[in-house]
Design a protein around this ligand. Sequence first.
Ligand SMILES: *Cc1c(COP(=O)(O)O)cnc(C)c1O
Length: 391
Amino acid sequence: MSEAAFIPLSVPNFSGKEKEYVNEAVVSEWVSTGGSKVGAFEQKIADFVGMPRGIACASGTAGLHLAMLCAGVRPGDEVLAPTLTFIAAVNPIRYCFAEPVFIGCDNSLCISPEALHRFCERECHLQGDKLIDNTTGAHVSAVSVVHVFGNLADMEQILAIAEQYHLVVIEDATEALGSKYTAGTFAGKFAGTLGDIGVYSFNGNKIMTTGSGGMVVSNHPEWAEHAAHLSTQAKASPSQYVHDEVGYNYRLTNLQAALGLAQVEQLDDFIAHKNTMYDYYAEQLAGISGVRLMGWREGTRPNKWFYALVIEREGVTAQQLIGYLAENKVQTRSIWNLIHQQAPYLQNRFFETEKAEWYQQHIVNLPCSTSLTCEQADRVVALIRDFFSNS
Ligand SMILES: *Cc1c(COP(=O)(O)O)cnc(C)c1O
């Protein structure tokens, strides 16, 4: 085989006005958290997802911390959260001195509404309008929902359960900017805008990037206001150093917002490219027995951020395929290790996690950059075909 070039998993795409806008920020000398681009960027994202307002912040993780605080997650509370997710979805629960209770996934890889319901039904009881964990006596105040790889969680069921059990719904839409329902009760509504409060991420590997960054949106205007307040050191006076609670330096910078403004102009194109290349992979992979591409929820238009290959061949693990592809200069990645099995959370409760355990062993994420070409995808598929015909 001729000398093949490295194919990365997911790299940023700066083919728009990134340099122009960042240069404007530098020339204006507004590089920190002041400056006009932050507000402009907030409005662009808010408009994109059909919300009145967005609160830009330093990262998705910071946004999730703000969301938990604004949602009223209190020290000693419990928050229901997926175990099959990136750890940044869970750590902010601890930042609030609350504890996650881990719930397994359904076949969309997102939190299972059935497991969620069974946990509330069998393991908890309602005391007035508070859900109490029978085992620990703690108040279960919220559920954190992650839209894994851009695939929407089953929000129809999850929101109904949350209403029944008085749970606040925090949406970790860090992977799902642009994913939306196209049918059913929520037709036209975007990931992150369905629950009480939602968070996006603009980390380098997300569908669009500001280097690092995040955004909070909320259906409660006063929560959004509170998030903005907390993100800027809880400064209570525009001109004097008056602070009315413990705040954070969680603001996005003008430099980052400049990058974001150029990226959001291309967001529709990025989503279209992700969709096209997903279909291309699906077509090319169709003839290979033992693997299938993870599908997407019916009645949605997902952003198709990550392409998850599910390995269904007995005796073949994700790690073996990842190793083979790496030897051939193709970068892929397994899905996350389960959070309830990670050192900081070994003492936490977990519930119906069997399916998550299976998927953890059997998923390989394929190269999915918005600059990915059909030739590159062809090479990835050819290698996968070789691997399975030799194993
Ligand atoms: C990326 C990601 C985050 C964190 O976002 P950052 O901007 O990297 O802090 C949180 N949750 C999930 C599921 C993510 O994929």
